[in-house]
Design a binder for this molecule. Structure first.
Ligand code: PMV
Length: 343
């Protein structure tokens, strides 16, 4: 099914809408692409609650495609250009985009450079506004198709963004490679926490586009994709049965495999910082000593996402505050969230 076919012959009209969309943290990572924005392996993430982007879009007709973007009230021409390129890529399916003028106002609840994917929240918020525009013109309800379409439009902007359109947990690449789907989990997994330990707020050294590209000629690429496929199957079982220890093992294996791929690619990158490793050693020692379920994962950067359940939370949070917080420039408390909202 071509998800955009019903909208091919629309005309541009005046319309305005706003969406809040959260970031997500991948438990099994998408790292490596094939074809046009398709994943080399399935991935699965938890949608966050506190870390989100709020985006308002004004649509109006014009004689050419134009995008103006304001981030926290400041005009950002570089981001506007990226969005314009994304919209141009949709023109073969939606030819009327050539007459679209967009004014985008966007703001994040979290600071830049903290290892929280603003592309996931920001681009899913934009895709939700775009989907809202499509559905409003044809008078369709906001049903399951709405979110599949929003996920597909998010994916075309940034792969990981396609998982943010669902609350709780979402996977991409199993049911479909075109869009993400919600994942069922055990009740104990509905209250998972994610404390983000920012050990460095420096700009990322390598963009995710460049990171994905490192996998193309990587000698271990096929083994990595197979490992991710295996971890994905194990993770689904762990989430469904509420097996926190199995979940933790997968989280850490995925995080370190992502970084190992970066370090061993022909053009090597080390994104971990000495303090990342200090924190990892402390987490492992704490676990050995207390048997409490505190685990970590990482995105393509040095900052740790500390994942732990509701049960035993007080002791774990005391340890985080006493032993890990001093290693960081910032600690951001987050947890599993309910997904995007129209606002
Ligand atoms: O969505 P992209 O192209 O920025 O890729 C990001 C991939 C990771 O965040 C590193 C992992 C993931 O699955 O979210």
């Amino acid at each position: 099914m071509n998800f955009l076919a019903p909208y091919k012959d629309l005309k541009v009209v005046n319309f305005q809408c706003s969406w809040k969309s959260p970031s997500n943290i991948a438990f099994v990572k998408y790292w490596g692409k094939k074809g046009h924005q398709l994943p080399a392996n399935p991935s699965l993430s938890m949608t966050l609650k506190e870390c989100f982007t709020k985006t308002s879009v004004e649509f109006s007709p014009g004689d050419h495609l134009a995008v103006e973007l304001f981030l926290e009230g400041e005009r950002k021409d570089k981001f506007a250009h990226k969005i314009k390129t994304y919209l141009e890529s949709l023109q073969s399916d939606l030819p009327w985009i050539k007459n679209l003028q967009l004014k985008i106002q966007t703001q994040n609840t979290f600071p830049h450079g903290t290892g929280i994917a603003s592309s996931a929240s920001g681009l899913s918020a934009l895709a939700l506004c775009l989907t809202d525009y499509l559905h409003q013109q044809t008078g369709e309800e906001r049903n399951a198709h709405f979110f599949k379409r929003a996920s597909l439009l998010s994916r075309l902007a940034s792969g990981s963004a396609c998982r943010s359109v669902y609350g709780g947990f979402a996977s991409w690449g199993e049911e479909s490679e075109l869009f993400a789907s919600p994942v069922e989990v055990h009740a104990s997994m509905q209250t998972l926490n994610d404390a983000i330990l920012v050990v460095s707020a420096e700009e990322k050294l390598v963009s995710s586009t460049a990171g994905h590209a490192r996998l193309t000629d990587h000698p271990f690429a096929e083994s990595r994709f197979n490992q991710a496929r295996g971890n994905y199957k194990l993770l689904k079982v762990a989430l469904l049965t509420g097996d926190m220890d199995a979940l933790g093992m997968i989280l850490e294996n995925e995080a370190l495999s992502l970084h190992a791929m970066m370090m061993t690619s022909p053009e090597s990158f080390t994104l971990l910082k000495p303090l990342t490793l200090t924190a990892i050693e402390k987490i492992r020692a704490f676990r050995k000593e207390t048997h409490l379920p505190l685990y970590f994962t990482l995105d393509a950067g040095p900052n740790l996402h500390l994942i732990y359940p509701h049960e035993g939370k007080t002791k774990i949070e005391n340890f985080i505050l006493d032993e890990l917080r001093p290693l960081s420039v910032q600690l951001i408390h987050d947890q599993r969230g309910e997904g995007p909202e129209k606002c």
